[in-house]
Design a protein around this ligand. Sequence first.
Ligand code: AMP
Ligand code: FE
Ligand code: FE
Ligand code: ZN
Length: 292
Amino acid sequence: MQETDLRTPAAGWDIHCHTRFSDGTETPDTLMRQARDIGLHGVAITDHDTWNGWQEAEAASRAYGIPLIRGTEITAHVDHTSVHILGYLYDPHDEDLAAMFRRTRTARLNRVREMVERIHADYPQVTWECVSRQVREGSQTTIGRPHIADALVALGICRDRNEAFSTIIASTNKYYIPVPSPTPLEVTRTVKKAGGAVVVAHAGDRSRNRQLLSDERLEELIDAGLDGIEVYHRGNLPDQRRRLKDIADSHGLIVTGGSDWHGAGKPNPLGENLTSDENVQRLVEGRALPVL
Ligand code: AMP
Ligand code: FE
Ligand code: FE
Ligand code: ZN
């Protein structure tokens, strides 16, 4: 097998991007403008567990002439493994899907509040007040550990988000509480029913999980209509890219790539991993919503 197989396409779309509507630091407008400036063929906005950023992204897509896929990165959990599912071009008015987002967003809010209380017991200066000050779009923003991290940085307790994630808010630390989440199978079924495309994100990233999503669990998703696998992502090292690409190829699934851009919230530059035009074409065909 050619090693070039395992490297991102040189041109195409970045279909994994976060904004201020979840844990990114930039607006959807900035996302679309930067995409134009670096010559991307198009982008997908994929904030965690929400579509609140879509409207602003749509306006910016028109303003800058950059094609837009409307999407969401959906939180899931199975077998003690955290799983992120990218859903694209689904009907946002689907009641089951809306209810799933409402449940996860409420669970996230309660969980962050509870984590802040635990941290506050040892670090009295860390309060809900200073965490909520890091939330850039109020109740429109999907809250998460990155907002606690930003508060720890603002208070001078940590140098950057990365230090916060490897110390105080690490999933192995006593302050950590998992987000009560649906299973990837439930998420896949819900997005498919709402007419969307479903891609499993960074499933080979060992830094996120002690135990990766198994082949058996992946095949369960494939049986439920999984459309693609995100192979080109900085967290998937070559051995896992190989594994994921082989699974995708043997089941005729779409291979995708994305930067997981979070603005200043992560080192990943926009466009560092891409999806080819041909694969985007397959991904968007026949969905509930069009590409804009
Ligand atoms: P949560 O879903 O609230 O548990 O927070 C996880 C989110 O934090 C993920 O969506 C990542 O984007 C972000 N994240 C995880 N590790 C890091 C890190 N080391 N630096 C910056 N962001 C991170
Ligand atoms: Fe994130
Ligand atoms: Fe993710
Ligand atoms: Zn992401």
